[in-house]
Design a protein around this ligand. Structure first.
Ligand SMILES: [Zn+2]
Length: 224
């Protein structure tokens, strides 16, 4: 690791990389941040290349850090004085490190993205809605109209399509690599035309995503 960075691996189920970026010395900008105030935390969901991560600004952090958790969460913690956009600057040089940590956790058989919790659902729902809207726009060529689209806390599925033409998507799609979320969205959109897994259905999927088999296999490594 370059100078000024070190690992603090004391958490049993997460690895954290601290980044002592001088630009994030919050006491320089806002000395009052560390007075006796209640902790403030604000989170946002961002994406760097194919990696979804959470940017967390908090009054408790004095420096930027990147954490990779065994459940697949990647969190960039920033001092309150930093902006969410700074999270990208923090994480980009360490993307390879983050991917190595994620695959190490995966090799241990950790594929569950997150424990079920109402809070997590409420926190990620809007980000999921906007990602899914974006992916549906990218594949608007699949003729077939959804009657209603809902983002839900689904227990076992990434998505579903009802006979009435209602699409449900798991909010955890926002935590998957985007190529896999895209596969799920295309899969459900194709069900609006073929509500089965017949060769005709897979031909529709293949027309949109020629590498769908690879994506489906990758998706199998995650559990919602
Ligand atoms: Zn299906």
């Amino acid at each position: 690791m370059p100078g000024g960075l070190h690992f603090s691996g004391w958490k049993p189920c997460a690895v954290t990389l601290n980044s002592e970026l001088s630009t994030f010395n919050p006491t320089r900008y806002h000395p009052q941040v560390f007075s006796r105030r209640p902790t403030r935390i604000e989170e946002r969901h961002l994406r760097a290349a194919d990696l979804a991560f959470t940017s967390r600004r908090t009054t408790r952090a004095r420096r930027a850090s990147v954490s990779v958790h065994c459940d697949g969460r990647v969190v960039v913690t920033l001092p309150w004085a930093a902006a969410h956009d700074d999270a990208l600057r923090v994480i980009v040089p360490y993307l390879a490190w983050v991917r190595r940590r994620l695959s190490a956790f995966r090799r241990r058989g950790q594929t569950v993205l997150m424990p079920r919790s109402r809070d997590q659902y409420l926190m990620h729902r809007e980000a999921a809605r906007s990602l899914i809207g974006q992916l549906m726009g990218r594949h608007s060529g699949i003729a077939g109209r959804a009657r209603r689209i809902a983002i839900k806390d689904l227990r076992r599925n990434w998505g579903s399509c009802s006979r009435a033409g209602n699409l449900n998507f798991n909010y955890k799609l926002v935590l998957l690599p985007e190529s896999l979320a895209e596969y799920v969205v295309v899969h459900e959109l194709c069900h609006l035309r073929e509500l089965n897994h017949s060769p005709r259905f897979w031909a529709l999927v293949a027309a949109e995503l020629p590498d769908w088999r690879h994506r489906r296999k990758e998706l199998g490594k995650y559990s919602p």
